[in-house]
Write a protein that binds this ligand. Structure first.
Ligand code: IMP
Length: 433
């Protein structure tokens, strides 16, 4: 592994599912801390180590390295039941996370059962106009956070205060579920008790992660910040309203982890060699034909969280350029290049056109983005199986030319190429300066 910088932020440049988990796991081998800073268990980060697959939704992808401390920052929304289940599943596989190895911010907001019920009931009511959320309660939990009615991990650990505030919230949310969303009400008694049990187990893990990370960074420790979702799902800069409820970029790493922005050194943007998205919303290079099916089949493009088939399309440089600009990306990691084997030529979208005129960047409105026409260049394909290659020298000339094309249309050097899900199926093209 090439020398990793002291603090590195890893973020997705598309609509999520770019393969951030694998890259974070690789960088995590050298890291003292791996930090989730936004999102929640809507994420699904898949790690494959020696043939064994681990899917993490909430716990940072440093969990499989014995000397790495995993931190869930204050910007994450935490479902305590999911967190405990994930800890149990990891322990059963020999990855026990004692409190010294898993630190959870006392400021992180808690996803409560009514958040999930509201998320799912709203999606049902939206019918065809649904966002296609993961149904994990992410949006409603963020709403309560911003409305200043949320409950945080620090509250979960304070039994009497938590019980009375939660009972009050249940009364209000049950009325909303029944009267506005025409849904069933929740029996809060058992749910409150279950959550308080979680609070007791999790209390030793809950701490001031902002100070912990500040001290680590000023002491020169290695910290990897693990983004979830991707730039196009960012609530401000993504394809609104078909987005998640958090900011997904570098700014969110500083805010969500509670560290000063100037302590973040290097930004690695992750992009697939093609494009996918789950859920609704515009997707200019989407393929609703046998090419899309082929990418889905060869890329195993089914959601790690919900199992939904992902929508697939060609690489879209307009999308990736926007993520690069927003986040000051220093290096790209290009994932799933092996999936393109056998496609010849390979279309690459370099920008958009509408009514014969070129379109500058991405239109802000989802309906306008639906109407753009992608402009394609075609790269020569290759037939060799890349999945066994480990060095740049082994790559066929056409695969190297495809990487060069990605660099030229995004303006960012590709430092890592992933040619399969395994840790070892990785080619390092340059070290991080
Ligand atoms: P939510 O985050 O569950 O509210 O879902 C909002 C949108 O973001 C939906 O289109 C989801 O499919 C999408 N989404 C949320 N998390 C992820 C992720 O980790 N990968 C890909 N898409 C995601």
């Amino acid at each position: 592994m090439s020398t990793a910088p002291d603090s590195v932020v890893v973020i997705g440049l598309q609509w999520g599912d770019e393969g951030k988990g694998k890259i974070v796991d690789l960088l995590g081998a050298d890291a003292d801390f791996v930090v989730r800073f936004q999102g929640g268990n809507n994420a699904g980060h898949t790690l494959v180590v020696e043939g064994h697959e681990t899917v993490l939704h909430l716990i940072p992808s440093g969990a499989l390295h014995a000397n790495t401390v995993c931190v869930i920052g204050g910007g994450v929304v935490v479902d305590p039941l999911v967190l405990m289940e994930e800890m149990r599943a990891l322990a059963a596989r020999g990855y026990e996370l004692a409190p010294e190895r898993l630190r959870v911010s006392r400021e992180a907001h808690v996803i409560l059962p009514y958040h999930k019920a509201i998320d799912q009931a709203r999606e049902r009511l939206r019918g065809k106009g649904k966002i296609g959320t993961t149904g994990r309660g992410i949006g409603p939990a963020h709403e309560d956070k911003v409305a200043r009615t949320g409950l945080r991990m620090v509250d979960l650990c304070d039994e009497s205060a938590f019980r009375s505030r939660l009972e009050q919230s249940f009364r209000e949310k049950n009325a909303y579920l029944k009267d506005v969303l025409d849904d069933r009400v929740l029996d809060h008694g058992a749910l409150v008790d279950e959550l308080l049990e979680c609070g007791k187990v999790l209390a030793p893990y809950v701490t001031d992660t902002s100070s912990l990370l500040h001290e680590a960074l000023v002491a020169g420790k290695r910290v990897v910040f693990e983004g979830a979702q991707g730039a196009m799902l960012d609530v401000d800069h993504g394809t609104y309203p078909y987005v998640t409820s958090s900011n997904t970029g570098v700014g969110a790493a500083a805010v969500g982890a509670g560290v000063a922005p100037r302590l973040l050194n290097t930004v690695i943007g992750i992009s697939k060699a093609y494009t996918t998205r789950v859920g609704s919303g515009p997707f200019p290079t989407e393929l609703n034909d046998s090419w899309g099916e082929r990418l889905r089949r060869d890329g195993g493009e089914f959601g790690a969280t919900t199992g939904r088939p992902r929508r697939c399309g060609w690489f879209d440089a307009a999308v990736v350029r926007k993520g690069v600009r927003l986040n000051g990306v220093d290096y790209l990691a290009l994932t799933k290049l092996d999936v393109l084997t056998g496609i010849d030529p390979i279309p690459v979208c370099t920008g958009y056109r509408r009514d014969g005129a070129s379109v500058d960047g991405l239109p802000a409105s989802a309906s306008e983005l639906e109407t753009v026409e992608p402009v394609f260049e075609h790269c020569p394909g290759w037939r060799e199986d890349l999945s066994t290659m480990r060095t740049a020298g082994e790559l066929p000339a056409a695969a190297r030319a495809y990487i060069d094309k990605v660099e030229s249309v995004t303006g960012v050097p590709v430092a890592i190429v992933s040619v399969g899900p395994g840790r070892d199926q990785t080619i390092f093209l340059r070290s991080f300066d």
